[in-house]
Design a protein around this ligand. Structure first.
Ligand SMILES: Nc1ncnc2c1ncn2[C@@H]1O[C@H](COP(=O)(O)OP(=O)(O)OP(=O)(O)O)[C@@H](O)[C@H]1O
Ligand SMILES: [Mg+2]
Length: 505
């Protein structure tokens, strides 16, 4: 049997940022018709490597070859022209332009040099239909959820990719059905002979779709191997350089161990967003929120934090009614909120890691009580250590951190205000397996410290691991509240899926 042709190759690539060697002598080769997983911890250098392959960064040393010929892409547009389509980790489309424009930006079908809107709209609808997406392609992209934006970014990259498709954590905000659809499309492209690089922190997805994998650790190449020859434990060991005991933590969140009611939402909702919810939060408990994307999970979190304003019901904290009409009021009441869409709602890209860490605390203290530099350094240092945030230094702009490390900074920001009630929306998204277990432990520790937490997650194993109660959202309503023995992935799935069964009957 002849070896499939190598399409894209990196040889001896080094990338230095200031003092930091993000990549140190890394080589990788991508073959026609393979899905090649690129794996490693947060900050290992995965995104940096694909940015070099696709012209977003230039290598400090080493070379890139396309079909055996050395290439030097000045920017991603040149790589696109050569048939390399890329979805970068942070969706970088234009939220104020229409869905259709985003899909075809820079390669719009034209007739006599004019963009033909009707043609574009029809084509956009047809392309997105293959992803099962039925949206108004004329509407602004920014009016849709992160998942929809992600699918548009993927569809765009697929349209552009004649030879290579690069996907940097494309599935982080997709639900199971959407991931299945994406995998169908990846299989079709593979059959057409494309080389596909796939970065993800979901090991089951690696094993479901990939042929080979390459592991990076601290910027160094650990190895490339066929997935047929390795087990998930081998992969984790290669990534971390050690074994990880707690891949599937079991629940330690016994119900009844929690304290008195701290916070009550009574008929709390907003027409069209979330039907009235009645829910008590006790001290020292984690309420897990399960539900598909679009079920109203994120909308509920946003109402609770005053980002959107509730139109019905009342909220009492320690017996006193409180108002949650803005995030400022929520922070004053002792609430913290880690949003799902870190790029849009979370990070202040140009501010330093330190400033991003202290910003909520500073807002809570009020701007007249400015934290001095020593205090800032102390707080930033403490949370960076507690959460193992890997940054060359805390004065660098947060946008230069790896995706997973940015996520940890946002969590640290809210821990720093010493909240009573913490809302976490998909806290482990984009976080590597090692840090993943660490975040689950952090959630459990905060619960033991007496905080009330509301944690939204698509990962059922994880919800089961820390929740003392689980509420299930469906169609923008709270449809179930599970206790004790009922907190299991199987029963949660049944509650999430009940509607589909009803519809089928
Ligand atoms: N433009 C930049 N300037 C300075 N440092 C950078 C820059 N881009 C990346 N780095 C650093 O290079 C290292 C590797 O980052 P990279 O984004 O490649 O990690 P990653 O493997 O993609 O991690 P994650 O899983 O968290 O996305 C990190 O320490 C990061 O802070
Ligand atoms: Mg990355």
């Amino acid at each position: 049997m002849t070896e499939p042709a190598t399409v894209l190759q990196a040889r001896g690539v080094v990338k230095v940022f200031g003092q930091h060697r993000a990549l140190d002598d890394v080589s990788i080769d991508l073959r026609a018709g393979e899905v090649h997983a690129l794996l490693g911890e947060n900050g290992a250098g995965k995104s940096t490597l694909i940015k070099i392959l696709t012209g977003a960064y230039q290598a400090t040393e080493g070379e890139v070859l396309l079909e055996g010929q050395p290439v030097r892409f000045a920017d991603p547009l040149q790589a696109q022209a050569a048939g390399i389509g890329t979805v970068y980790q942070e969706v970088n489309l234009l939220p104020n332009r229409s869905v259709a424009e985003n899909l075809f930006l820079g390669h719009q079908p034209t007739r006599f040099g004019f963009v033909q809107k009707k043609v574009i709209y029809a084509k956009a609808r047809a392309v997105l239909a293959t992803y099962g997406l039925d949206v108004d392609v004329r509407a602004e992209l920014g009016s849709y959820s992160v998942a929809v934006q992600q699918i548009v970014a993927i569809a765009r990259a697929v349209e552009l990719s004649g030879k290579v498709l690069v996907l940097d954590e494309p599935t982080a905000s997709l639900d199971r059905n959407e991931v299945d659809r994406l995998f169908d499309i990846i299989r079709q492209l593979k059959a057409r002979g494309l080389a596909i690089i796939f970065i993800t922190h979901f090991l089951d997805q690696v094993f479901a779709i990939s042929d080979r994998m390459t592991v990076l650790r601290n910027g160094k190449l650990i190895g490339t191997s066929s997935l047929k020859d390795v087990s998930p434990t081998d992969v984790v060991r290669m990534m971390l350089g050690k074994d990880l005991e707690i891949l599937h933590p079991v629940s330690t969140a016994a119900e009844g161990a929690s304290g008195p009611v701290m916070l009550s939402f009574d008929g709390f909702g907003k027409p069209g967003k979330v039907a009235p919810v009645t829910l008590d939060i006790h001290r020292g408990e984690v309420v897990g929120v399960a539900g598909l994307l679009g079920s109203g999970r994120t909308e509920l979190a946003r109402l609770m934090f005053g980002v959107d304003t509730a139109e019905s019901g009342k909220v009492t904290m320690n017996g006193k009614e409180i108002s949650l009409r803005s995030p400022v009021q929520a922070v004053q009441a002792g609430f913290g909120f880690c949003p799902e869409d870190r790029k849009a709602d979370g990070i202040f890209g140009d501010l330093s890691v330190r400033e991003n860490l202290i910003i909520a605390l500073q807002a809570k203290l009020g701007w007249f009580k400015a934290l001095n530099r020593d205090e800032q350094l102390e707080i930033a240092g403490r949370y960076a250590e507690a959460l193992d945030i890997r940054a060359a230094n805390h004065d660098m702009p947060i946008k230069l951190l790896s995706g997973g490390n940015q996520q940890k900074v946002i969590l640290g920001r809210w821990l720093a205000i010493d909240p009573n009630f913490l809302i976490l929306d998909e806290p482990t998204r984009g976080i590597d397996v090692g840090a993943h277990a660490e975040i689950v432990r952090t959630i459990n520790r905060l619960r033991e410290d007496g905080l009330g937490l509301l944690v939204i997650s698509s990962e059922l194993d994880e919800i089961v691991a820390y929740s003392s109660r689980v509420v299930v959202m469906r169609d923008r309503q709270m449809v179930a509240e599970l206790h004790g023995q009922d907190i299991s992935p199987k029963i949660i799935v049944q509650a999430i899926a009940a509607q589909h069964q009803e519809a089928a009957e």
